[in-house]
Design a protein around this ligand. Structure first.
Ligand code: PAF
Length: 286
């Protein structure tokens, strides 16, 4: 696996593959890789001839009080995992390589970014869109693969690609769970054993809402209240949102559920932000 640290080296790498007639898939990550990431890398190989992973903890998507400094990092472990997952290259730029001093351009996807995670994290999606747009320009990939754990991120990136005509095909990959139902996340590393047990409330609440939906419940407010109630019953959990939204537009579903609907939750558990989601009737959470 080639280890690339400069934009120029990545451009040359992609140009060489394109010149040889090979397509390139990008898996953007912030590192501290786990199976959800390596699954994306393996899935990416189904969509292109060669796969490159980017590993970059992107400062612009963290708010001033968020965990940028303590976000877990493990470069050598990440390189081993990316290689074992079949990546042909890894791009590990520094912050100075990715951002010029005092950049004045940001990418905003207006309509999808202001609610759910965007409501409590005002800079989050602008930071993500900006770095993903830059990665697409630098790497020149044909395909990019993102996990559905970050369902809103995926929807926003699809919209950005559509609106700004990026010649990149976006592939979404199903959320990956631990055997007990917890969604895989680099931030799970912050959890104590007791917090980790409490964290299972998220997938259990979603599984219960999903089971009620499958049993015929179609009232969005009833399922929304169920989710919130299960989360609020756990003392260590502070609910950011427990929502039912249209799986396409991400707008709240009110009243009867009559279209593909995402149940999505976000909480603070002892200072750690956790999110989880499920498309009702489609996946089986937990
Ligand atoms: O999902 C992530 O890990 C990040 O938001 C991404 C897409 C790599 C951008 O920094």
């Amino acid at each position: 696996m080639e280890i690339l640290r400069s934009r120029e080296a990545v451009r040359r790498w992609t140009a060489a593959h394109h010149a040889a007639g090979r397509t390139v898939a990008l898996v953007p990550t912030m590192g501290f890789l786990h199976r959800a990431h390596t699954d994306l890398m393996r899935a990416a190989a189904d969509h292109a001839d060669v796969v490159i992973a980017s590993i970059f903890v992107n400062p612009t998507q963290f708010g001033p009080d968020e965990d940028f400094d303590r976000y877990p990092r493990d470069e050598s472990g990440d390189l081993e995992k990316a290689k074992a997952a079949g990546c042909a290259a890894a791009f590990l730029p520094s912050v100075a390589e990715m951002y010029p001093p005092n950049p004045s351009t940001r990418v905003t996807v207006a309509t999808l970014s202001t609610h759910l995670c965007g409501a409590s994290r005002p800079v989050f999606f602008d930071g993500i869109c900006t770095i993903v747009a830059k990665l697409f320009h630098i790497v020149g990939c044909d395909v990019a693969v993102f996990g559905e754990k970050d369902f809103q991120q995926l929807a926003i990136i699809r919209r950005m690609v559509r609106d700004l005509d990026f010649p990149v095909r976006i592939v979404g990959h199903p959320l990956v769970r631990e055997p007990d139902g917890l969604t895989m996340s680099s931030r799970n590393a912050y959890l104590s054993p007791a917090q980790r047990r409490d964290a299972l409330t998220l997938s259990k609440a979603l599984a219960e809402a999903d089971a009620r939906f499958r049993a015929g419940e179609r009232d969005a407010d009833t399922l929304r209240a169920l989710l919130r109630g299960r989360l609020e019953a756990v003392g260590s959990i502070a609910v950011d949102y427990a929502e039912l939204v249209d799986a396409e537009t991400l707008q709240p579903v009110l009243g009867a559920i009559d279209r593909p609907t995402l149940a999505a939750v976000a909480v603070d558990l002892g200072g750690t932000r956790l999110i989880d989601n499920t498309v009702l009737g489609r996946d089986r959470p937990g």
